[in-house]
Write a protein that binds this ligand. Structure first.
Ligand code: FES
Length: 141
């Protein structure tokens, strides 16, 4: 009979599990960075307290910046670039639920992205927004 070449106790002991036995603890806001890493479809935009009602925030990313809006406490996100030109919509003004581009004053519906005022005629892309605890995310991809 052939014997194994390695000694019987050569495997190092396993380290103890960092989690206590039983059900996993709930995810809290402090752990949202971990949740963000785990879910590649979520893009962290901002803390909800950092974007006051009626405000716009530009969020840079490799695939193109997003404009994040707070409309009376509800958050929305669109592409930041105006479809009519090279203007950044986050520099614009919110007027009655529409974003007014500063370049030629065309407007888009913030919730749907549909163009509302000429010369804009092509919709801007909108993103579903999720608020988890104090964190605001866009669903991308
Ligand atoms: S670039 Fe925005 S309206 Fe012309």
């Amino acid at each position: 009979m052939r014997k194994s070449a390695s000694p019987p106790n050569s495997t190092p002991p396993k380290p103890p599990s960092p989690l206590p036995p039983g059900p996993l603890p709930p995810i809290h806001a402090a752990n949202m960075e971990i949740a963000h890493v785990a879910d590649e479809n979520l893009l962290f935009l901002c803390k909800s307290a950092d974007l006051a009602p009626g405000s716009i925030l530009k969020v840079e990313r490799e695939a193109g910046a997003l404009a994040v809006y707070n409309l009376e406490g509800e958050f929305f996100a669109t592409d930041d670039r105006c479809t009519h030109g090279l203007a950044s919509l986050s520099n614009g003004d919110i007027v009655d639920g529409e974003i007014e581009c500063t370049m030629h004053f065309g407007t888009f519906d913030i919730k749907t992205g549909e163009p509302r005022q000429s010369p804009c005629s092509v919709a801007i892309k909108t993103y579903k927004v999720e608020v988890r605890g104090d964190d605001v995310f866009a669903v991308i991809g």
